[in-house]
Design a protein around this ligand. Structure first.
Ligand code: E4P
Length: 218
């Protein structure tokens, strides 16, 4: 299972990359705005900085919602660096754009996915990645992990090659459950991923080992 860090913060991306477990980055317009990155030139320059840090795939989201606009933006974004993946919303013109990008060798991440039906459409349109939003589904008292299970089952039966990128991940349990459910990738902020580290017996055990070492060695 691949780990993408879900942020536009260069510091967080560097920190995740230095751990040696980072496979890529996802961003979205909200994450860019959070870092104060505004204006197309600055946003594009920021993507280039991210791509200089990370070898793996970097998702860059289009703002347009009409076919021509999505194509124009996606082509410009894909020229910024070889590891850019164009992030396209799950709307009718987005599906058409996914097919266009597939036919023109541009890799894509279909975002804002909340149902198995949408997952089928994106796979048929040749999306490279599919981003079901686990946390946001849980927020409305539905079951985000059950959706991953459904999609993984359908993709296996149908032989779809689109990779399932579990997004909107909020905690370590989401990551473990998404892995069991068949997600190919998870994306989340670094602190959510570091939740995987935590176990009280590790802390108690380490404290005891260090205390025993100190007794013997001063
Ligand atoms: C990533 O591709 C998504 O945009 C992101 O995971 C959404 O996360 P959120 O629901 O925490 O905003």
């Amino acid at each position: 299972m691949k780990f993408f860090v879900d942020t536009a913060s260069l510091d967080q991306i560097k920190e995740a990359n230095e751990l040696g477990i980072l496979d890529g980055v996802t961003t979205n317009p909200s994450l860019m705005a959070k870092e104060g990155i505004t204006g197309q030139d600055n946003i594009y320059a920021h993507y280039q900085k991210i791509c200089e840090i990370v070898d793996g795939d970097v998702s860059a989201e289009v703002i347009s919602t009409d076919f021509e606009g999505i194509i124009k933006e996606g082509e410009a974004l894909s020229k910024l660096a070889p590891n850019i993946v164009v992030k396209v919303p799950m709307i009718k013109d987005g599906v058409k754009a996914l097919s266009y990008f597939r036919d023109n060798g541009i890799r894509t991440n279909c975002t804002l996915v909340f149902s198995a039906g949408q997952a089928i459409l994106a796979a048929k349109a040749g999306a490279t990645y599919l981003s079901p939003f686990i946390g946001r589904i849980d927020d409305i008292s539905w079951d985000g992990i059950a959706l991953i299970e459904q999609i993984a089952e359908i993709y296996a039966i149908q032989g779809y090659e689109t990779e399932i990128l579990a997004a909107s991940i909020r905690n370590a349990k989401h990551i473990v459950d998404a892995a069991r459910a068949g997600a190919d990738v998870f994306t989340c902020p670094l602190d959510a991923a570091m939740g995987l580290l935590k176990h009280p017996l590790t802390d108690i055990g380490l404290e005891k080992f260090l205390a025993d070492h100190k007794k013997g060695n001063g």
